[in-house]
Write a protein that binds this ligand. Structure first.
Ligand code: PGA
Length: 259
């Protein structure tokens, strides 16, 4: 099962995951990171500069989870712009080594296959950061997404468009379509780290960790993966039946195991 780590707040989550990423890059200087966008991963990105002090990041590679389709890449909320602003620039990564799915309409039918091929060519993702949507999506794999799905175009649910409207002037500006790594693509990463904060995520987290494995709740795909770390605050943990055991297990975790 997923290892569930319940932390006091976002900052603690960010520090924990940033330390794990720093340890990975020390071991493997050309590590391949799977980069999520949205509000959830920000504490990790904010903690990384300190965690990576003195670590050579010049060889680090990365693949974003998803991108809006048809949004100008120069738009401040395109995930290309977000990854540049939140990750590449502050950490001093080589932009040539960080890819974001191509959401341009020109050749869109091939962009998913091209992206999966690039991930495979890089040797796969070492550590994939994930958020989870209030409807249980990971990446932009909305409910009903196949567990075997590859990077492809998806239509956003109205709930996700409403959730993401805060990043745009109005909900009408939120694109209808995205290109997202598939659940099958995500499950190939060697380590999945799913973060969630706040009461609004409690139901989705409980479904993903303890509910039945069902494409109706795409986050439940994590139960099929051998190495998953779920890092959440108390509010996001509120609906977990096994919370006491997760706390107990983490408190007694052998140090050699790492995250
Ligand atoms: P959020 O989104 O981090 O902005 O809450 C999570 C997600 O949609 O995966």
């Amino acid at each position: 099962m997923a290892e569930v780590v319940i932390v006091p707040d976002r900052e603690a989550a960010g520090a924990l995951v940033a330390a794990e990423i720093a340890s990975l890059i020390r071991r493997r200087p050309d590590a391949v990171l799977g980069l999520a966008t949205g509000s959830t991963p920000l504490p990790v990105y904010e903690a990384l500069p300190a965690a990576l002090a003195g670590v050579d990041v010049s060889q680090v590679r990365g693949f974003a989870l998803d991108e809006y389709v048809g949004l100008d890449p120069a738009h401040p909320e395109s995930y290309r712009s977000v990854i540049r602003r939140e990750v590449i620039d502050p950490l001093g990564l080589d932009p040539e080594r960080i890819r974001v799915p191509d959401g341009s309409m020109n050749g869109i039918e091939h962009h998913g296959d091209d992206y999966d091929a690039a991930i495979a060519e890089a040797g796969g993702v070492d550590l994939q950061i994930l958020g989870i949507g209030t409807d249980g999506h990971i990446g932009f794999n909305e409910p009903g997404s196949s567990f075997a799905s590859r990077t492809r175009v998806k239509t956003l649910t109205q709930q996700t468009r409403e959730d993401n409207a805060r990043f745009f002037d109005s909900i009408d500006d939120v694109p209808l379509h995205t290109i997202t790594q598939g659940l099958g693509t995500i499950l190939e990463a060697r380590h999945l780290v799913l973060l969630a904060f706040g009461a609004g995520k409690a139901e989705a987290v409980a479904g993903a960790v303890e509910g039945p494995v069902t494409s109706s709740l795409p986050g439940s795909a994590i139960q099929l993966h051998p190495h998953v770390t779920v890092v959440i605050d108390e509010a996001a943990a509120a609906r977990l039946g096994g919370a006491d055991y997760y706390r107990y297990a983490f408190a007694h975790k052998p140090e050699w195991q790492g995250l």
